[in-house]
Design a protein around this ligand. Structure first.
Ligand SMILES: [Zn+2]
Length: 132
């Protein structure tokens, strides 16, 4: 049950993007789902990190100072995805971690579609502790 594009139905893959908040704050390495179809290129922030991103934006407020923030230092899941995306990491480690994360993200989407808050929390926990 890989995530499908809500516009065209193609598969989506996770990439790390820089997000600009209020034109002043550059938030780096935010995990985003991007449609594999180049013509569509629909993108959305990965569901499981939405809460982390939201609390960061709340913290920054409406009139933030000009700055750059490395999101992976605030979000363990982002940190994990950066590690997987990092070409220098051992490829077999990346593969295993990537599979594990995809599995948990799939379950998270399922829990979300069922509206099962408790399960969603539990999966977030498991995702952030995947490195340990
Ligand atoms: Zn699409």
């Amino acid at each position: 049950m890989q995530k499908k594009c809500s516009r065209c139905g193609n598969d989506m893959e996770i990439v790390l993007r820089n997000v600009v908040y209020k034109k002043r704050v550059k938030i780096m390495n935010v995990p985003v789902h991007v449609c594999v179809d180049d013509c569509c290129a629909h993108s959305q922030v990965v569901d499981v990190i939405k809460d982390d991103l939201k609390s960061l934006m709340e913290e920054l407020g409406q009139h933030p100072q000009r700055q750059a923030i490395e999101f992976e230092e605030l979000s363990e899941l982002s940190n994990l995805l950066v590690l997987i995306a990092n070409e220098k990491a051992d490829s077999s480690v990346r593969e295993v971690l990537g599979e594990r994360v995809n599995e948990l993200l799939d379950l998270f989407l399922l829990a979300q579609s069922l509206g099962d808050q408790k399960w969603m929390l539990e999966l977030r926990e498991r995702l952030t502790k995947i490195m340990v």
